[in-house]
Ligand binder design. Structure first.
Ligand SMILES: [Zn+2]
Length: 146
């Protein structure tokens, strides 16, 4: 999916996306229907953050999620951004180095790594919705790029 595809899907869910300098790569406020993306990131970084927060919005996540859920969210985000055919073509031409693949695919290296993990794990068949951890009143959950 492209950035516009993601923004359109989110708009359909009543979630608005704002780009501005922010302390986290991205954040999602469920009750407010708002995603903030740190505009200081590279284009690939912004796209990764948008895809990541889109998955949180789809799941209805609120508040910080356990690390295994955040890993799953990254895998599903990578699935949104990287098609199997594009990945296979890129790997054929550029080899398996994540940095080279990321550059070719226009995504972050982290998304390439998450995509590989997701492929190996069968795209998150293991994790369902999880209850929020912590108090949502503590602020946006969001998540910086680790
Ligand atoms: Zn997250």
């Amino acid at each position: 999916m492209t950035e516009n595809d993601l923004i359109q899907e989110l708009a359909g869910m009543g979630v608005h996306v704002v780009y501005l300098p922010y302390r986290l790569a991205g954040a999602y406020w469920h009750d407010e229907g708002l995603i903030v993306i740190d505009s200081r990131q590279t284009r690939a970084g912004q796209l990764a953050a948008l895809a990541h927060e889109t998955i949180h919005a789809r799941r209805g996540d609120s508040g910080p999620q356990p690390s295994h859920v955040e890993d799953l969210v990254d895998e599903l985000a990578a699935k949104l951004l990287i098609s199997p055919i594009e990945y296979a073509l890129a790997e054929r031409v550029y080899g398996s180095r994540p940095a080279a693949l990321a550059a070719e695919l226009g995504v972050t290296q982290r998304m390439v790594e998450a995509w590989r993990r997701g492929t190996e794990r069968g795209w998150g068949m293991r994790a369902g919705p999880s209850p929020p951890v912590g108090d949502p009143a503590d602020g946006p959950r969001g998540r910086g790029v680790r």
